[in-house]
Write a protein that binds this ligand. Structure first.
Ligand SMILES: NC(=O)c1ccc[n+]([C@@H]2O[C@H](COP(=O)([O-])OP(=O)(O)OC[C@H]3O[C@@H](n4cnc5c(N)ncnc54)[C@H](OP(=O)(O)O)[C@@H]3O)[C@@H](O)[C@H]2O)c1
Length: 399
């Protein structure tokens, strides 16, 4: 059917590349392009020889001219941005210049400020519409599948959704005292930021990790979880009609938090550059260099993830509750594609998002968050490509 240009060759990209190759009717051709070309070549070597034709390239995704030259050379139907959130705008600029569809999994974040919001990417709406192309924002798991779950609940089960709790549980154990499951810099910026939730039309800010709950996760059991600020809250507050409250909780073990607080207390999570032996370094980037590479956690991680959404609201005048979630097994993911479940649960929806645009199943021009599209074909694809979902109409609610 067509060709995708995948930018980035880290943990998430590796899964997306595997999944494109499993879906060669749609992805006849892919080009993997990243800063370190050797990583792209290693992926090609692993997967070459199947039906999907793979090429590789070196690109600095901070450089719009380089990106434009690459897109003009490769002529993809879609650019799948699996680099870092810092590169979202340069890649969107290059897509605009070449009139190419765009997909990502994380919203733009300036490198020097730990603040992510959609305003920078939403500012491209009119330009994308005029160019007759689509930018699909947030096609990972959260954001991503959580938005699709929300659109599905709204379409099939509710006249009005009143509350939404997004619960992200990782009960995996990699055996290291401290490691992050995806890019450590992005992950630590996210979890050390202030928490927030949406209530009655307003965003309420909390101190980091100030709100804790225990939830009994299906197939996992009781886990401590903490309220975080998360990017889909911003778009879902606009796209779920009549919504009164949205919260996002993520599980963390006490061991993880003890290490995190200690690193924070000594200044290792700071993004303010310091001088070290005559050179300016960012402590958090140095920390990333000494922590285990998330891509290396695959063979060591055991246990499951459970990520899903609990909705309350009304249907035909009656109160209704609905919980939809996916359970993913770290070891099964590793067996299938050589990655742990966090990369897997992001890489699969990234491939599906690109597929939705390439097949024309999603065809709305402009810049859109994932919940603005018809959820049904995406939900079907989740079942087909390794992230089957389960539902319950009598879930335990979070107080
Ligand atoms: N929505 C979700 O559910 C979700 C969940 C997890 C992660 N994510 C997002 O997924 C993305 C990828 O995460 P990951 O864990 O795969 O990260 P990763 O392992 O650190 O991979 C990032 C890749 O981007 C490349 N890159 C960085 N800067 C670049 C530049 N200027 N030009 C070209 N390539 C560049 C890196 O190249 P090098 O190899 O040279 O470093 C690396 O290959 C991130 O944006 C993350 O926030 C989303």
């Amino acid at each position: 059917m067509g060709k995708a240009l995948i930018i980035g060759a880290g943990g998430v990209a590796s899964v997306a590349v595997h999944k494109c190759c499993q879906n060669s009717d749609v992805f006849e051709e892919i080009c993997i392009a990243s800063r370190t070309k050797a990583k792209c070549d290693a992926l090609k070597e692993k997967l070459d020889g199947g039906k999907t034709r793979i090429t590789t390239a070196k690109v600095d995704a901070n450089n719009v001219e380089e990106l434009v030259a690459l897109i003009n050379k490769e002529k993809p139907d879609v650019v799948l941005n699996l680099a870092l959130p810092y590169q979202d705008l340069t890649i969107m600029d290059a897509c605009l210049a070449t009139k190419t569809n765009y997909v990502d999994t994380a919203n733009y974040e300036p490198e020097d400020t730990a603040k992510f919001e959609y305003k920078w990417q939403w500012a491209y709406r009119e330009k994308f519409e005029k160019a007759g192309i689509t930018a699909l924002l947030g096609s990972g798991f959260d954001p991503g599948v959580t938005g699709v779950f929300s659109a599905y609940a709204q379409k099939h089960y509710f006249d009005e959704i009143e509350t939404l709790d997004i619960l992200d549980c990782n009960a995996g154990d990699h055996g290291y005292p401290f490691a992050t499951n995806f890019n450590p810099e992005i992950n630590i910026r996210e979890v050390t930021a202030k928490g927030s939730y949406f209530e009655n039309g307003k965003v309420v800010e909390t101190e980091p990790m100030a709100i804790k709950r225990v939830y009994n996760f299906p197939e996992i059991g009781p886990m401590d979880m903490y309220l975080l600020h998360h990017e889909e809250i911003e778009s879902l507050a606009l796209n779920l009609k009549g919504i009164k409250r949205i919260r996002f909780f993520m599980t963390f073990s006490q061991k993880y938090l003890n290490h995190l607080y200690c690193l924070q207390d000594v200044g290792m999570t700071s993004i303010v550059p310091i001088e070290y032996e005559g050179k300016m370094i960012v402590p958090l980037q140095f920390l990333k260099a000494v922590l285990p590479d998330p891509a290396s956690l695959g063979p060591r991680t055991k246990g499951k993830t459970n990520i899903g959404c609990i909705f309350t609201g009304k249907k035909d005048g009656k109160e209704r509750k609905y919980y939809v979630y996916n359970v993913c097994d770290h070891e099964a993911c590793y067996k299938e594609v050589g990655s742990q479940a966090i990369s897997y649960t992001t890489g699969v929806p990234a491939m599906i998002g690109a597929m939705m645009l390439m097949t024309g199943k999603w065809n709305k021009k402009g810049v859109h968050n994932i919940e603005e599209f018809d959820p049904d074909p995406f939900m079907e694809a989740l079942n087909k490509f390794g992230l089957p979902w389960q539902e319950s109409f009598y879930p335990e609610l979070v107080d």
